[in-house]
Design a protein around this ligand. Structure first.
Ligand SMILES: Cc1cc2nc3c(=O)[nH]c(=O)nc-3n(C[C@H](O)[C@H](O)[C@H](O)COP(=O)(O)OP(=O)(O)OC[C@H]3O[C@@H](n4cnc5c(N)ncnc54)[C@H](O)[C@@H]3O)c2cc1C
Length: 368
């Protein structure tokens, strides 16, 4: 008899979990997604965790493992350069001491994470050679392992891949009953395992079960531009000091972003002021950008916990319901590893995740 695994949410966590379950013929996998405000669809797409100054070792373990999974998944599912490309990342620093410190950090981190690849200290001119769009380059550190991913296309392609195997997809909002009953637009559905990969929406979803999740929403906006010039597939992502990130995709698409707007709840309105601010930041790097090149402003909702760390795993009182949330601003990077670990748990019933996250009970409490 096949087991029913139902996943709520088809962002990076839901899609990657489905991918790792897709080769298991003993499972029926179903995904529900409301399709609103998804962070994955609206993300900037930088995969480059190694130069972060974050000191949370568990987060770093997840992030570097997640970054390392992309080349495998992309090769297996045959996604092209417009979806994912390891073109490298450049992080700029004006001050020579800061630049050296960043370079030293990269070299030290490479010992434990060879995926960081080749590390180079670049002058401003060398940075401009790598990213010809720039009119105001700064010196920086280049790491060849850095990548950019189009989160929307990546998740979409993964789900299409899974649909050819054991996945059925439904659009629509689901709710939970007080005992974890799954209430869908098609009525109540049974499951053997339920995976709540709902990002910023975990708190409202769990409330009927009288569980309060430590998750708050954060609004993020970015702009996408279509430029007249084209460039190679291998132009690196720029993480400039003091400005928004600058991500040249293939087919002349440039992304500039993103904002981190707290206290906006689940608001998805595009803000003209924010759009102007993002454009101004892009123009400081490439003075030739014009407003009419903006093709869209994307808005997504990130999920944050009070310690800024993701959490995932079975509910303490119900091992058939798994949760994953709190991926914050680096969820495209940590998400693949979280999806892989959740899939392993579904298949083996075992988990030993101390190296990756605190247990979920740190982030869940009973409702009053
Ligand atoms: C503007 C922006 C830029 C970013 N840039 C980067 C970056 O450069 N690098 C990086 O690593 N990370 C980045 N991130 C962070 C990253 O996108 C997120 O952390 C990650 O995508 C979260 O994935 P998730 O699967 O947990 O949630 P999501 O992608 O948000 O998916 C959750 C899904 O669940 C659905 N859902 C929720 N409740 C229900 C319900 N009751 N019924 C049905 N469906 C439901 C939602 O509609 C949504 O589609 C960025 C995020 C934003 C917003």
């Amino acid at each position: 008899m096949q087991k029913q695994v139902t996943i709520i949410g088809s962002g990076i966590v839901g899609a990657v979990t489905a991918y790792y379950l897709s080769s298991d013929p003993t499972l029926n996998v179903t995904i529900y997604d409301e399709g609103i405000g998804q962070a994955t669809k609206n993300s900037a797409g930088i995969i480059s965790p190694w130069l972060s100054k974050r000191r949370n070792q568990r987060w770093y373990n997840l992030a570097k493992s997640g970054a390392a999974l992309y080349p495998e998944i992309v090769a297996d599912t045959q996604m092209g350069y417009s979806v994912y490309q390891q073109a490298g990342t450049i992080v700029t620093r004006e001050n020579p001491d800061d630049l050296q410190a960043l370079y030293d950090l990269a070299v030290a981190r490479k010992q434990q994470a060879p995926q960081i690849g080749q590390i180079e200290k670049l002058t401003a001119e060398q940075v401009q050679d790598r990213i010809p769009l720039l009119t105001n380059p700064q010196p920086g550190v280049f790491v060849s392992g850095g990548a950019r991913v189009d989160g929307d296309k990546f998740a979409h392609n993964l789900l299409k891949y899974c649909e050819k195997r054991n996945l059925v997809r439904h659009k629509g909002k689901v709710a939970l009953g007080d005992q974890g009953q799954l209430l869908t637009p098609h009525g109540q559905q049974n499951y053997d395992t339920l995976i709540l990969a709902v990002g910023a929406w975990l708190k409202p979803l769990l409330l009927p079960m009288k569980i309060v999740a430590d998750v708050r929403p954060q609004k993020g906006q970015l702009i996408e531009l279509q430029l007249p010039e084209s460039w190679g597939d291998d132009v690196p992502v720029l993480m400039p000091e003091g400005e928004r990130d600058f991500i040249p995709f293939t087919r002349s698409k440039l992304v500039v972003g993103a904002t981190h707007e707290n206290d906006m709840g689940y608001d998805l309105q595009v803000s003209d002021l924010v759009e102007a601010d993002l454009f101004a930041s892009g123009r400081k790097l490439d003075a030739n950008l014009t407003k009419d090149q903006i093709t869209q402003v994307k808005v997504g909702t990130r999920a944050y916990t009070r310690d800024f760390a993701p959490f995932f795993g079975p509910l303490p009182d119900n091992p058939h319901i798994l949760v994953a949330s709190g991926l914050g601003s680096s969820g495209l990077t940590t998400g693949p590893m979280i999806g892989k670990l959740l899939a392993e748990y579904v298949q083996t019933g075992r988990h030993d995740w101390d190296d990756y996250a605190l247990s979920v009970d740190h982030y869940l409490s009973p409702a009053e």
